[in-house]
Design a protein. Structure first.
Length: 59
């Protein structure tokens, strides 16, 4: 399941360098959240989750 979660997050724009720092539990949780959003909102939602949990710093 963790491999599929990583694949989903990469598909919707998570940088590899950031994704390597994300815990396996968060990867699965983020992927579940992403799959419940509309296609048009997935990239923005993922970015918000990464920022919200401190994995990504907004520019």
């Amino acid at each position: 399941m963790a491999v599929d979660a990583k694949r989903i997050l990469l598909r919707y724009g998570a940088p590899i360098s950031v994704l390597d720092k994300v815990s396996e539990t968060d990867r699965v949780d983020f992927a579940r959240t992403i799959t419940r959003t509309t296609l048009a909102e997935r990239e923005a939602t993922l970015r918000e989750l990464l920022v919200e949990h401190g994995y990504l710093v907004e520019d």
